[in-house]
Design a protein around this ligand. Structure first.
Ligand code: NDP
Length: 351
């Protein structure tokens, strides 16, 4: 149990990310890139239950990873098997995160919720409230925040190495839904809450808030969906955010473009770039240019998923508030709503 140094986690939703990334990472089977990349496993948590709408899939995954308990969504809601886990990992379509988090909170279980937290700021606030009222920990799974190079970059910015931050550029593009088919929940605005912005644009949005340790005060944006299959959600999005001290962030996200994810930040005294910035498996390179000096830093390989789960478990075991917590994601959702409003009205929207 949590008191004995291990947090027992129930995975809710056995989608692609749970099966291909979370379970292998927690079992110490995830492949890293580079010859020096060790396989990681978690020290402070174990998967002890699987919640799924598909009993066959749940059984076969449970066999594969030696997980003791499988539950349907109905059994989970009814509190069956409640003694087999201390915390819940909420994956699955964005619009279902709140219901599962509420169930977990009602059962007195801590919540690690996948990004984006939900489909709106109001639903994000409801999740924060439910977890606070129940006295359980809520963390949102922005894995790049545990990446050593991203954290090193944040320290450099905090220490003023780049001078005053002036401009941030970030993007996350890819052929993300190629071959997914029309039934894919990411194409359903009710289940996804939006398109490329909600799915991948939130990474540069969350990263710039993390790096500057500030929230944007206004947004301007353009969205488009030139291809028929993306009707109803944004296929491409470009947005600009203004920060209180005058810095700006210009970000691009796309469901149908050459795969790329990186960021660059320029300040009055220097600039830095992170490439790739948001990939879960490739170790990023941080380059820093100050005056005539140029240095490159590649941190130790870290399996971000294992690290994120261990950090979440460590917060529970030490009764610490996680960073990013649920409130951090409310700020993301407030920016997302301003971005969509600006794209719709063609106006600059204050946040
Ligand atoms: P998938 O489409 O692969 O899987 C979603 C799973 O949710 C399904 O397999 C199903 O699991 C469950 N589900 C329950 N109800 C529905 C429904 N009505 N329609 C579809 N699926 C349903 O999604 P992903 O694994 O790619 O994404 C899940 C979450 O994880 C999202 O919030 C996403 O943003 C996030 N994510 C995070 C990443 C990261 O790097 N941190 C990367 C990728 C995704 P079952 O059959 O077991 O019930």
């Amino acid at each position: 149990t949590a008191d004995e140094g291990t947090v027992r986690v129930a995975l809710v939703g056995l989608g692609e990310f749970s099966r291909d990334h979370v379970l292998p990472a927690l079992a110490g089977e995830a492949e890293g890139t580079g010859s020096d990349a060790p396989t990681d496993r978690t020290s402070f948590c174990d998967i002890t239950a699987l919640v799924s709408g598909s009993p066959e899939k749940a059984e076969s995954v449970a066999d594969r990873y030696d997980v003791g308990r499988t539950l349907s969504y109905e059994e989970f809601e009814a509190g069956e098997g409640v003694d087999s886990f201390d915390a819940v990992y909420v994956a699955g379509p964005n619009a279902l995160h709140l219901d599962h988090a509420r169930t977990a909170a009602r059962l007195g279980k801590h919540v690690l919720c996948e990004k984006p937290i939900e489909t709106s700021a109001e639903r994000a606030r409801e999740m924060v409230r439910a977890c606070e009222d129940a006295g359980v920990t809520l963390m949102v799974g922005y894995r790049p925040q545990v990446e050593p190079a991203m954290r090193r970059l944040r320290d450099l910015i905090r220490d003023g190495v780049l001078g005053d931050p002036v401009a941030f550029h970030g993007w996350f593009t890819g052929h993300i839904l190629d071959g997914a088919g029309p039934d894919q929940w990411r194409l359903d605005p009710d289940l996804a809450g939006g398109g490329a912005l909600m799915d991948v644009g939130v990474y540069p949005l969350n990263a710039v808030r993390f790096l500057l340790d500030a929230d944007p005060v206004a947004a301007q944006a353009t969205t488009s969906a030139p291809d028929a299959e993306f009707e109803g959600v944004d296929e491409h999005v470009a947005f600009q955010l203004e920060f209180p001290e005058g810095a700006t962030a210009s970000c691009t996200a796309s469901y149908r473009a050459q795969a790329d994810d990186r960021l660059r930040i320029v300040g009055t005294e220097g600039q830095a770039a992170l490439n790739p910035a948001f990939d879960s498996e490739i170790r990023p390179e941080l380059t820093l240019e100050v005056g005539d000096e140029r240095v490159a830093y590649t941190g130790p390989y870290v399996n971000e998923v294992a690290e994120e789960f261990d950090y979440f478990a460590h917060c529970i075991l030490t009764d610490a508030r996680p960073d990013p917590d649920g409130r951090d994601s409310v700020a993301d959702m407030e920016a997302v709503e301003a971005i969509y409003e600006s794209a719709e009205t063609g106006r600059r929207v204050e946040i």
